[in-house]
Design a protein. Sequence first.
Length: 460
Amino acid sequence: MIGNMLILGFALLVVGGFLALFLRDYGITLPLAGFWQYMLAAMLFALAGAWLFSDRLAGGIMRQLGEVTAAAKRIAGGDWETEIRRPEEGEIGELASAINGISRTIKENVRELAESKGRLEAVLANMESGVLLFDGEGRLSLINPAAEGFLGVRAEEVMGMPHVEAVKNYSLSSLIDDVLRSWKPARKEISLIYPQERTVETHAAPIFGVGGEPHGVVVVLYDISEIKHLERVRAEFVANVSHELKTPVTAVKGFAETLLSGALYNFRAAEEFVNIINEEAERLSRLIHDLLELSRIESKGFRLRIEPLELDAEIKRIVDKLKPQFLKKELTLTTDLPPEPVIVKADRDQIEQVLLNLLDNSLKYTPGGGQVEVSLRQDVGDVVVAVKDTGIGIPPEDLPRIFERFYRVDKARSRKLGGTGLGLSIVKHIIEAHRGRVWVESEPGKGSQFYFSIPIDNRG
């Protein structure tokens, strides 16, 4: 109809994320001018609704993007615990889930790295060998406690220093320089003077990166001082045994040849030579006995037969047995024992060996008219036995070595008196096997006092 328009109803609804316009025919007619007014109002209403909807939608998206961005920044800053708690659906939700997955993966990798680092630090901290790490310019970047002890330095004081200043040892610095120049492993035996004299076996090797580029040098120090000491002791022991065995064997062989050359029929000379041969044979027998005894005590299979021992009674028994020998040399042998019995747990035979060796030592080196006393006292937890004499004494410079094998203060006098040089070493090993200790005090010309202590409740 001209001048009139059919009125349609409409509605704006959000369906599936889209803005939809629904129309309906109400069968109402209006003048044309009124229709355009009505349509203009409807369009304004629709635009306002669309703007409100789009603003809300954009705000939600921006909020989610802000959360994702903030979480990504925290992860980048090292906060591996960060997670987006409730990721939305859609592309942003997938992005949030992916970031959460990355965060969990990084967190697990960091945890594994931290555990590996902790294990490595524990190994380095408890290694007996020293470890040092230098970068490509020769500056110290790592040092473990063992290396600090070997070199007498502190990590916080030398970290980052050039190796020449850090290690303060010409031989070690030269070895590091050689590896830095050639980038090939090297080893060297080095003597350290400070803070303690020691010998170290040093291994230095280059460190290469993923691409094969040299990054630095690792140095490992092995303390072989004890091995070197044992090698010296072994060499000295072999030399001493050879010498000690050679002396009586040479004497026996020489006098036997003399007898066979005709002296056998000179009865006076023959008797003297036979006596010398007998003395040397006895000396050789004592030496072999002491060597076997020392070897037995030092062996891993050596076991003490621990039993309750009335030590004061044992001392009195041994003193009474040896008194005739002391009287023969015009020496006075006495005891100073407590009135009450002193019971200890010890190996009876080994303690007797200790007392016999110490008293035999006093018998040899105390001039006639002198005095020897064996005393016993009980301390807290242990007992102390002392053998004191008025003999020739021991010079101060010889005291630290007096318990070493074959060590003699006066070698010629000791051999003349029949000593093997092993008696005090045997004493030391037996007492240490009882978890005790032995020591000596002496002054030249005034005598010596040998002491040993053992625990009362000794379990061997």
